[in-house]
Design a protein around this ligand. Sequence first.
Ligand code: BG6
Length: 470
Amino acid sequence: MIYQKLLDFPADFLWGASTSAYQVEGGWNADGKSPSIIDRYEHPAGYADFTVASDHYHRFEEDIALFAQMGLKAYRFSIAWTRILPEGTGKVNPTGVEHYRAVIRACRAHGIEPVVTMYHFDLPWCLEEQGGWANRATIDAFEAYARVLFTEFGAEVKYWLTINEQNTMILHPGAIGLPKGGVLPSRKTLYQMNHHLMLAQARVMKLCHTMCPDAKIGPALNLTAMYPETCRPEDAIAAHNWEVLRCWNFADVPVFGWYHPLAVRYLEDRGLMPEVQPGDRETLAGANPDFIAMNYYSTATIAASHGDASDVSARAGDQQIMLGEQGVYRAAENPYVGKTKYGWVIDPTGFRYTLRKVCERYHLPILITENGIGAPDVLEPDGTVHDAYRIEFYQQHLHAMREAITDGVQMLGYCPWSALDVVSTHQGYGKRYGFIYVDRGEEEGGSLRRIPKDSFYWYQKTIAENGKNL
Ligand code: BG6
C-alpha cells in the first residue's frame, strides 16, 4: 500500500534499546549470585565468555547516563534470577535485589522507562540439576521468583516481559549454548519443557495482573514472516507450516490459551504432544498478555518438503538461519533481500510484513524488544567507530515500522539490540550490536572504556526528532 502521507510515531513512543543480564553484566559470581545454565555450559574456544562481559554489573550508572545522553526513553534489560534467588527459589539475596533497585532508580533518575525481562535464557543451575524446565516444579519456582520481582519492583516497573525467545530455546536449543557433553534434550522433552514454560508464563502473567494492576506484561518472542519460494501452492503450504510451528504456535498459547490447531496435529502425528494435566488448559487460558513483545531480525524463505532427509540443509543453523525439517519444509534462498556477514537476512519490508501479521492475528499493541545488525565494528586510532551499515539498517527498519504504523499497527516502542556491545550468544565480541562500543576483545583485559559509535549520534538525532526525518 502506498499512502499519501505516513503517520507519525506516537508522541509517547518508547525509543529504547536492549541488553540481557548474562550477556552484558559480568560479575558472574559477585555478591551471592549463583551459576546459571549459561555459566555451566560448554563455551566455544576462542570467544569471550560471560564472566566479565561488558562489566555492566559494576558500570550500569555510567552506562545508563550514556543511554540518557543518547535520548533513550526506555531501557530493556533482564534480571538474573540467580542474583535474586541463588537457590532458585526460597531465600532472597538482598544484595541482588538492591542491585536491580539501583538499576531501576538510575533509569528513573534519567527519565528512562525500565522494561524488564524476567528470564533471558539463564535458568539457575541448581534448578537445572533438578530437571530444569522438564520438571514441573520449575513452574512453581518461576512463579515464586516472579512474586519476589513484583513485590520488590512492582511499584517502579510498568513493563514486564516474561520469557525471552521461548521459541528459540525450544526450536534452536543449541543456539544459546550446549550443556556439558553437548547432548541436547530430545524433541519430545523439549515440547514438554515448552508446555511447562507456557504454564509458568501464564501463571506469572495472572500474578502480575493481580499484584501490579497498573503494569503491562507480555511474552517476548522471536517472530518472523515466512515467504514461499515460489507461487507454487506446495511452497505456500510449507511456508505456512514453518511460520505456524516457529512463530504463531508460541504466541497463540498466551493470547488464545491453547496451541495452534496445525501445531497440535503436527505434535500428535510425530508423538511429540506434551503431557497435559487436569487444570493446565484453564491455567493457559488465564494469561491475557497486554501486548506482544517481539524480537525481529530476519525473514526466511521456504520451499515445499521433498519428504526425505534432503529437506534438512547440511550446514550450521541458528536462531535466524533456517535448516529445514523432514516432511515439513525446506529452507530456500531469497534473491530480493540482503544478508549480514553472518548470513542473517536483512529485510526491512519483511519487518513491516511481520508487524502486520502479528497485529492482524493478535489485535494487541506491539513492543519491539530486539532488532539490529551484528558486525565486527572497528575502533579507529582516533577513537571513533564508523558503523554506517548499522545506521542504514536502523533507518530502513524504522521507516518500515512507520509504514506499519500507517497500516494501522499499534506500536508501543522500539528497543533494538543492543544498547551497548554485549557478548553475542555464540560469537563473542567479534559480532557486535551496540550503539556504544565496549573496548575489549575475546580475551579479558581490555580497558572496557565506552565509546559512542556513529549510530549513537544518529539514534540520538532520530529520537530527538521523534523519527520524523528517517
Ligand atoms: C536473540 C537473543 O535471539 O538474538 C539475544 O535474544 C541475542 O540474546 C540476539 O544476542 C543476537 O544473536 P547473536 O547470536 O548474534 O548474539
